[in-house]
Design a binder for this molecule. Structure first.
Ligand code: FAD
Length: 411
């Protein structure tokens, strides 16, 4: 028999899964409801993604080499001096990145279906196929033509509002809402953001996250996020970041306003039967940095590699136990990264005093190097013991100076 796999969603997760499966010669169907989808996103990707996912240079609109951390009292700390010449944070437009990854998967043999999956029928036995009910938009209509497809295995890569997750009763996760305005700046103002990104912290811009100004292709993305999900609140926080960055954004014109949920932790069940969730559908965004593009692509690739391995390149149908190997591998490789970033958020985003301490700490060169290395290369880089000790002392010192260890009042 030959294995049939449906991948629902062609963001970074879905297309990466489909690419790996198609390369192995597995019959792969890649569903995307909107082929020109521009996912609301800052579009920042780590350097290791460029190599690992073989991204051509034109995918990267801007190479950010300078970062400003800005404290609640507007103290600015410049970071980036530790970067080597060839190192940078990539800034891309999601419509470009997603389009590239999707087309590549299709060229390698994945059957791309421009369709919205409405329903996933769960089979009554472990041998019977899954049935996907979808609206096929290939005739150009929004409503689409009702169709079905039967497969042996399903990958849910359909993002934070995943229907696949609902169909398998994967359970809920907490999420933040991120809000972003794309602002076109006058040329002179844009020049300032040529290769520079800004991160602002403070209760006025987010009670539990950070706000950002990221340079994009021909504009900046200005946004914020919070877990205190409430429309009035998010607007107030967005006004906060606009006020803080007001001088630098002077003369800007808003060209797009967008908002989307960001998962805060993994779903209770990420593999059920012969269905696996990857990327935002599974909940792979990191706390504190809100980073999800690389982790979406990587989790999907690891899931697909596990399928290739356990199916013998498509000769047998993997079981639930086989698919769960992907989760064990994932948790082993990245569990610590998630724990560290979770802890950072808990310690440093508690109050304006702890945020001041956080920004002060970022001025330390060893901290900068450790942070950049961890971000760019996705490894929790162990510093040598002396440097580690220095960083710990510096952290505690910053917290004490900022009176950040005093009990906090709730916000
Ligand atoms: C405002 C904001 C800023 C962010 N900034 C950054 C950043 O700078 N860097 C970073 O790393 N991360 C960032 N993130 C997080 C990042 O956007 C996500 O983690 C990432 O997009 C997850 O990729 P994914 O492939 O899992 O899901 P998605 O990118 O959400 O892709 C899901 C795909 O599935 C399709 N789909 C959904 N339902 C169906 C269906 N029923 N049928 C068919 N197709 C369907 C969608 O059209 C979409 O193309 C940000 C998020 C937000 C909201």
């Amino acid at each position: 028999m030959s294995l049939r796999v449906a991948v629902v969603g062609s963001g970074p997760a879905g297309s990466s899964a489909a690419e790996t499966l198609a390369k192995a010669g597995i019959e792969t169907y890649l569903f995307e409801r909107k082929l020109d989808n521009a996912k609301p996103c800052g579009g920042a990707i780590p350097l290791c993604m460029v190599d690992e996912f073989d991204l051509p240079p034109e995918i990267i609109d801007r190479r950010v080499r300078k970062m400003k951390m800005i404290s609640p009292s507007n103290i600015e700390v410049n970071i980036g001096s530790t970067l080597k010449e060839e190192e940078y944070i990539g800034m891309c437009r999601r419509e470009v990145l997603d389009g590239f990854l999707r087309d590549r998967a299709a060229k390698l043999g994945a059957k791309l279906i421009n369709g919205t999956v409405h329903k996933l029928e769960i089979p009554s036995s472990d041998k019977a196929p899954y049935t996907l009910h979808y609206a096929d938009h290939s005739n150009g209509s929004l409503q689409g033509e009702a169709k079905t497809l039967q497969v042996d295995l399903v990958i849910g890569a359909d993002g934070a509002n995943s229907r696949v997750a609902r169909a398998i009763d994967a359970g809920d996760y907490n999420y933040a809402i991120a809000f972003q305005e794309r602002i076109r700046l006058p040329e002179a103002k844009m020049a300032y953001y040529e290769d520079l990104a800004e991160m602002y912290v403070g209760n006025d811009v987010s009670p539990d996250f950070y706000a950002w100004v990221f340079p994009k292709y021909d504009h900046v993305a200005v946004g914020t996020g919070t877990m205190r999900v409430n429309q009035a609140k998010i607007k107030q926080l967005q006004a906060g970041i606009r006020a803080r960055a007001a001088k630098r954004l002077e003369g800007g014109e808003i060209i797009k306003v967008e908002a989307h949920p960001i998962p805060e932790h993994p779903r209770p069940r990420r593999v059920v039967g012969r269905v696996a969730l990857v990327g935002d559908a599974a909940g792979t965004v990191t706390k504190s940095s809100g980073e999800g593009i690389y982790f979406a692509a990587k989790s999907a690739r690891m899931c697909a590699e596990t399928i290739v391995e356990f199916s013998n390149s498509g000769e047998r149908v993997p079981t639930e136990a086989d698919l769960k190997v992907y989760l064990r591998r994932w948790d082993k490789q990245y569990g610590m990264t998630y724990k560290v970033l979770d802890l950072l958020q808990t310690v440093f985003y508690r109050s304006d005093a702890t945020r001041e301490a956080f920004v002060e700490m970022c001025s330390d060169i060893d901290v900068q190097k450790l942070t950049f290395d961890s971000y760019l290369y996705k490894t929790v880089v162990p510093a040598n013991p002396l440097v580690q000790l220095k960083i710990t002392a510096k952290t505690v010192g910053s917290l004490i100076r900022g009176n950040a260890l005093a009990p906090t009042r709730s916000w």
